[in-house]
Design a protein around this ligand. Structure first.
Ligand code: PLP
Length: 414
């Protein structure tokens, strides 16, 4: 079939691929621990779910204004502005079904064919996809383990050119859990102001920051309001992944364009979902805060467990709910074992579903992504099973006497 150029590069998201494989094994009777998909293990908070049910019963089941109901836009402006220490007007807020539209539509509105867009690698797969659909040229900027997966600023400076139109940031980051510090943000902001660039700042994990250290937003730096699109949402903070509710915050003129894109594509976001979102923002916040403390406990157990395994090295993430351990010692440097093959092996041998780092870009090769939004019991069980599988005779690090490894060769990539 002849497809338009703009969709030819699209491939499935690795997380969905691995979930389907894990589910196929479950259908055969295997018990799988799911550390692959990035969503909270807790149910949507009771008050929020109740508000959604109430809204359906009360008839909030019709079209709404494309950019969202005014009460929700106001509540988002107040909440998002206060948390970032900046003034946000409701007219700057565009509500959508999930955070993804706040990535995709501003990109469509701003990026012209041939424009270059810098984005983090390893990074959320939607970035390269949306840049390509817009006709832009994706330019990966490496996140390096040695720098706690912060932006590599020297490479960033080298890659910025006359053709650069936009820079995508994601802090806290999926898949690394890295947080961009103020110094890095100031550096990027200075370049953006000087060269009149747009910054698309994906802050969907902003509320999931650990050790009492909040992740700063580049939008709050001087002069950056006119250069920044913030992408945020309800999926991760309020355990609402399936409700589909997110938003973008951007200069008013851009918000009007993005609203038109919403008008002519999705129409609007479900009315009852928006009512539930209103309750999420205006109701009690204790549960959202308690969940962060619990994630931090799980992070610590997972990081310690991984670092105790031979051939595995894991940094302590400062945010989000992912760890990104380095498993290069498993002979992957010779490309004998890709991270894809290690992930495959762990799924089949240990019944633990994780994602290969390569699902997040070239610089993710040699790493795995594990999501710790799962019960402590499952995390401990997964660690035990992984230690067993990685220590078995069939999968030995390079300097061990084990050998073998044939099971892990020649597997297909997602
Ligand atoms: N941005 C990042 C970095 C994510 O990890 C995700 C979801 O996994 C999203 C955006 C999309 O969020 P939503 O499900 O609200 O569209």
């Amino acid at each position: 079939m002849a497809f338009a150029e703009r969709v030819r590069h699209l491939v499935p998201e690795g997380a969905y691929y691995m979930l389907a494989r894990a589910q196929a094994l479950e259908a055969e009777g295997r018990e799988i621990i799911h550390l692959e998909i990035g969503q909270p293990d807790v149910a949507t908070f009771e008050n929020v779910a109740a508000a959604g049910v109430w809204a359906i019963q009360e008839g909030y089941t019709r079209y709404t204004p494309p950019a969202g109901i005014p009460a929700l836009r106001r509540a988002i402006a107040e909440d998002a502005g206060r948390r970032r220490g900046m003034q946000v007007e409701p007219a700057q807020v565009v509500v959508g079904p999930g955070a993804k539209p706040a990535l995709f539509f501003p990109t469509l509105a701003l990026v012209r064919p041939g424009d270059e867009v810098l984005y983090p690698d390893p990074g959320f797969p939607t970035y390269a996809a949306m840049i390509g659909v817009a006709g832009g040229v994706p330019v990966p900027v490496p996140l390096r383990e040695e720098e706690d997966f912060s932006f590599d600023l020297a490479t960033f400076d080298r890659l910025v050119s006359e053709r650069t139109r936009m820079v995508v940031l994601n802090s806290p980051s999926n898949p690394t859990g890295g947080v961009l510090g103020l110094a890095a943000l100031e550096h990027i902001a200075e370049v953006a102001r000087e060269r009149d660039l747009w910054v698309l700042s994906d802050e969907i994990y902003a509320r999931l920051a650990f050790d009492g250290r909040p992740a700063p937003s580049i939008a709050s730096l001087p002069g950056m309001r006119e250069h920044t699109v913030i992408c945020d949402g309800f999926s991760k903070t309020y355990a609402m992944t399936g409700w589909r509710l997110g938003y973008g915050i951007m200069p008013e003129a851009l918000a009007e364009r993005v609203e038109l894109l919403l008008t002519h594509s999705i129409g609007c976001t479900a009315a009852f979902t928006q009512q539930a979102g209103l309750e999420a923002l205006q109701g009690p916040q204790e549960q959202a805060e308690a969940v962060v403390a619990e994630y931090q406990r799980r992070r610590d157990v997972l990081v310690a467990g991984l670092n105790g395994m031979p051939g595995v090295r894991c940094r302590t993430p400062q945010g989000a709910f992912y760890v990104f351990p380095n498993v290069k010692a498993w002979r992957m440097s010779t490309s004998e074992r890709t991270s894809n093959e290690v992930a495959d092996y762990l799924l089949e041998e240990a019944g633990v579903a994780v994602l290969p780092g390569s699902a997040f870009g070239t610089y993710g090769e040699g790493y795995l992504r594990l999501c710790f939004a799962n019960s402590m019991e499952n995390i401990e069980k997964a660690l035990e099973r992984m230690a067993g599988a990685l220590g078995s005779a069939r999968c030995q690090p390079p300097n061990s006497s084990g050998g073998g490894g044939s099971r892990m060769r020649g597997r297909g990539r997602p």
